[in-house]
Design a binder for this molecule. Structure first.
Ligand code: NG1
Length: 397
């Protein structure tokens, strides 16, 4: 990524000091489609991030230049929304709305927006963008906020980073996807060298060290961009809610699928319509896999953790039906490579990326296997990279 502060000068002209904020993308190691069921997830923040370089001003206007789209667009704070804003402008507009409703006194700014989190690939570019936008508003409103973790900027406005994650999640809901809390939360709370286990019901969380000397996290982009996702995603969410509602008849304490153990599910699954039963089976078993993964990582048993990743993919493919031929092919290639401990799709599915846990000396072998077979068999060009777990969002400058 170019030096954004310099880009600001090139786009808007030199002058006042430029502030830079950063919201990282994430990869979810395990716990897929459990967040909106009140369950557990285990994501890590990525080195890839969305950044905004901004200079606040006194007019109630936000003007953004997007490096990706080479396009400029503006909106008024508290005013009529622009008639037909570009899709990318809707995120900061929604963030401004939720922050204003929370009582944050907003101030306008001009900013250059850039990012290296691939869009539509299950690495949460939208959450990274919401979080970076929220930090931009917090910094613009109180320019004296020092560089440092998001916590400082949030607390300067009487907010916690937990609350900020919830606000960014509701911004995402306004743009169209009824997502869970995972992405915004990890973007704000990531910890270098660690994954985070998050209880999506009460937002308590625990950093889990990742032994990067013994296994690398390899992300492979299938090149398949997600289409029609919000419909299919929201449909899965409704099916889960229906399942929890039906199971509540057997136990009034069941609020969400998070409250259903594998035993209770097995005892009553015949009361569920076939598709709802499969969706629920995924969520109930996936939640259990996150708990087992904490134990496996805690005892250094990476083989077991890898097997749990494999089981997660199979469940997402067969019961949740959010995989596809290309993701399945990537997973098969990875599993056929010596030194790969486990591999699964990551994020919502329907295209996007896989995540694999790989012995350090096998990363290159996996890269070669994917380059040799994937494009020829799928017609899509893969992108392969490793990322260490990074720190969460911050005011950089
Ligand atoms: P991605 O793949 O980043 O869109 C989505 C949801 C998450 C979670 C996962 C599935 C959004 C922004 N996020 O992630 O909340 O439900 O799917 O585990 O839609």
């Amino acid at each position: 990524m170019a030096d954004l502060a310099t880009r600001f000068g090139e786009i808007f002209g030199p002058g006042e000091p430029v502030r830079v904020v950063r919201g990282p993308g994430r990869v979810n190691l395990i716990g897929e489609h459990t967040d909106y069921n009140g369950g557990f997830v285990m994501p890590m923040a990525l080195e890839a991030a969305v950044r905004l370089a901004l200079v606040p001003h006194d007019e109630p206007t936000v003007t953004l230049w997007s490096e990706q789209f080479a396009e400029r667009a503006s909106f008024q704070l508290g005013g009529e929304p622009p008639a037909d804003p570009p899709h990318w402008l809707r995120y900061p507009m929604a963030v401004a709305e939720v922050l204003a409703e929370e009582g944050v006194a907003l101030r306008g700014f001009r900013a250059v927006l850039d990012g290296d989190v691939p869009v539509g690939s299950g690495l949460s570019s939208s959450a990274a963008y919401e979080v970076a936008s929220a930090l931009a508003f917090l910094v613009a409103a109180k320019v004296e906020i020092a560089a440092g973790p998001a916590k400082v900027a949030a607390e300067a406005h009487g907010l916690s980073t937990e609350r900020l994650a919830v606000l960014c999640q509701s911004a995402e809901h306004r743009v169209g996807v009824r997502c869970g809390i995972m992405d915004q939360f990890i973007s704000l709370h990531g910890r270098k060298g660690h994954a985070i286990v998050l209880d999506c019901r009460d937002l308590s969380y625990e950093p889990v060290p990742l032994p990067s000397d013994r296994a690398k996290v390899v992300i492979i982009d299938s090149g398949v961009r997600r289409k029609l996702t919000s419909g299919a995603y929201n449909e899965r969410r409704s099916q889960c809610e229906e399942g929890a509602g039906r199971l509540r008849k057997f136990d009034s304490d069941i609020e969400q699928l998070r409250d259903v153990s594998i035993e209770v599910f097995q005892a009553h699954e015949s009361a569920l319509p076939q598709i709802v039963r499969r969706r629920c089976r995924h969520v109930v078993t996936e939640n259990a896999r996150v708990i087992q993964s904490i134990e496996a990582l805690g005892s250094g048993d990476l083989e077991r953790f890898g097997k749990l990743l494999d089981a997660s993919h199979d469940s997402l493919r067969d019961d949740y039906e959010v995989s596809g031929p290309e993701l399945d092919l990537l997973v098969r290639i990875a599993r056929g490579t010596e030194g790969v401990l486990g591999s699964r799709l990551t994020g919502a599915g329907f295209g996007g990326c896989t995540v694999s846990l790989v012995r350090p000396d096998a990363v290159e072998t996996l890269r070669e296997a994917v380059l040799a077979r994937y494009q020829e068999q799928s017609g899509y060009e893969p992108r392969i990279w490793t990322s260490e777990a990074a720190d969460g969002a911050a005011v950089e400058v």
